[in-house]
Design a protein around this ligand. Sequence first.
Ligand SMILES: *[C@@H]1O[C@H](CO)[C@@H](O)[C@H](O)[C@H]1NC(C)=O
Ligand SMILES: *[C@@H]1O[C@H](CO)[C@@H](O)[C@H](O)[C@H]1NC(C)=O
Ligand SMILES: *[C@@H]1O[C@H](CO)[C@@H](O)[C@H](O)[C@H]1NC(C)=O
Length: 683
Amino acid sequence: MRGPWLLVLGGLLAVPPAPADPPQPPDRLFWDGFDRFSREDWAGAQAQLWGAVRGLRELRGIRLRCGAECGLQGPGLEESVLSRAECLLGCERLQLGEPSRYRLTRDTERLFQRGLPYNYLQLTHYKLEELDEAAAAAFTFYVKNPHHEQIQDDIQRYKRMEQIQELSFRDLEQPQYQVVYTQAVSLLSEGKLRVGVRRLEESLKMYLLAMEDCRSLCEGTREQESETYRDVSEAISQYYMDILQCRQNCAKEPSLRMRVEHSTEDPLVSHLSLMLDAYSKLEDWEDAAEIARSLLVFHPQNETTRERLRGYEERLQGKSTGKLREAIALYVRRTLSEKRLLYYAMEHLNISFLDPDSWTPEEIIPESLRERVRKEQEDKKQRSGILPYEEVIVTLTPKEMNGTSRVTLDRVLNEEECSALMGLAQAAGGPGSGYRGRRSPHTPRERIQGLTVLRALQMAESGSVDVSHSRLYYRASERARLLAQSYFGMETMHFSYTHLVCRTAIMGEQEGRADLSHPVHADNCLLDPEEKECWREPPAYVHRDYSGLLYLNDDFEGGNLFFTELDATTVTAEVRPSCGRLVLFGAGGDNAHGVRAVTQGTRCAIALWFTKSAEHEEQEHSLAKDLMMGTESQTQSKESQSTGSGREASKTGRGTSATNEDPERPSGRRQKKRMSRKFEDEL
Ligand SMILES: *[C@@H]1O[C@H](CO)[C@@H](O)[C@H](O)[C@H]1NC(C)=O
Ligand SMILES: *[C@@H]1O[C@H](CO)[C@@H](O)[C@H](O)[C@H]1NC(C)=O
Ligand SMILES: *[C@@H]1O[C@H](CO)[C@@H](O)[C@H](O)[C@H]1NC(C)=O
């Protein structure tokens, strides 16, 4: 938002002339490119989309330059703010034209942040048979959206094309610091410590500069969110707090994060850790001590680092400076003074602030807020973790589920996907499938039907179920696996077993029913309710570490999942199934669970078990994976026969990917950073 008085000013300021030929605004170029894409004007779309990408870069550059040129000057605050506003407006108008042309809405900014233009660009390049560029654009989009299902498929397809070299898969938006960081890492691993650490110093500097740019851009425009009537100073302070909060969030800016192959750690910490090792190997105690002190700012509790610092200081025999690395000290000073202001505003002006850092020293936080801040931080951690899919939400945190390793997530599947999977379960249970319902092994009052991923894909091959539904089953299980992996912070989780199971109440046998649909048990140990123990030994599936239940429907009676204590009777939590709801939990005795009787209708869910150990990975699942790729290439070859053009058809292969998305469009599961709703609808 722009303060009301700045609006007034617009009329007072001497308006500088607009440039004769200002650059095209990136959003206009993007939408025009999108339009041409829809009309299959590949070359035209490509030109506009590249223009949009370049335009945004240019726009940022101009903003940064203008921001740097227009410092705060003048005797009083008011004059100073006014003259800066005038200077900025003039500077930008001179190079960009009228503000209304180049100011992007937040939604458009997000769309660029997600790298959406690259997803279209890869297709236009592909259509124009520019495979190297296609692979690069695809990879650029993939790096920003690693869990996007369609781009994963596309990358796989490009990888199978002989004409494309491994080198083509490059990230066109890789921050410069990462290039240098990667060089440093490989130098260090070759034992070239001195050059390596020098590179690290360089890349750290570059990272801090990139962060500075991010912080400067925070001073851009704000959209007015609510038109509530406010006092001028209130409005100004709100705006200022918005800017501070935005600057704070630069520490978590996705485009500046380390790539997964390096580390999930904060880039600052990654740099400092490597530097610490290198300097200490080089016996450069002064530098090592400075780095250790800097590292301790971000991980004050780390005893190893403390110990090491003591060692270095001893070696320096009192000649130590006691300082942090200069650049880090500066960064810390600045961010802490911003935090002070934000916490002050939180305490006195009722402004909300979520501190992105967990290392903020307690003394920065006003005493009256400490408890609340701690709670909010904990809740945030439990609620968001790092979920790979943006639309997925945490409905019940471990705390709300009265346990430590239990969580309920929603929107893992949408309605359409649920009904497709219900259809699959039904079709597989139909006549001739060999999967006709048997009585449940747990209760004679329910029929049970089960289907594994491999079986589903095999049935699709033989034409007895829909290919797209089987593939969706595979994808759904993969989503659950990724969610479990990231929520519980595991390196890699493997499938141990996957089963689509439906339980149907048998009519006429529900009267006075007291049994359960599935008795209380634990997944990787033998529950002994008398002893209140759970024995992790065969015949229990001892290698299972986590379990997941992905529900498909709720139109039945009974059938709730419930957790108990080790006595198998004291219920600690109960969850109602619903479409797209995923309950994840540790497979041990602390998550003993059962299923209440299904007394009417059919209840379907995908049951999943995960293991940390690669050697216990389910064979079936890797066979299923092969088959996934197989059905894909088969679909392609079939289509290529019918269309007479293999190249065209290989793209339509994606049509079988999930539901009935337009096969020609880049599409697929949304990932972090949702694009604007408007755009979704048009797609
Ligand atoms: C403590 O710091 C060292 C580097 O000094 C790092 O290797 C280690 O993982 C850290 N430990 C924890 C618990 O963060
Ligand atoms: C503080 O702000 C919240 C919403 O942001 C509002 O619900 C609450 O009433 C406000 N409290 C006071 C004391 O103004
Ligand atoms: C957790 O326990 C509380 C208190 O006993 C209960 O109200 C709540 O429903 C439980 N949570 C779930 C998910 O059942």
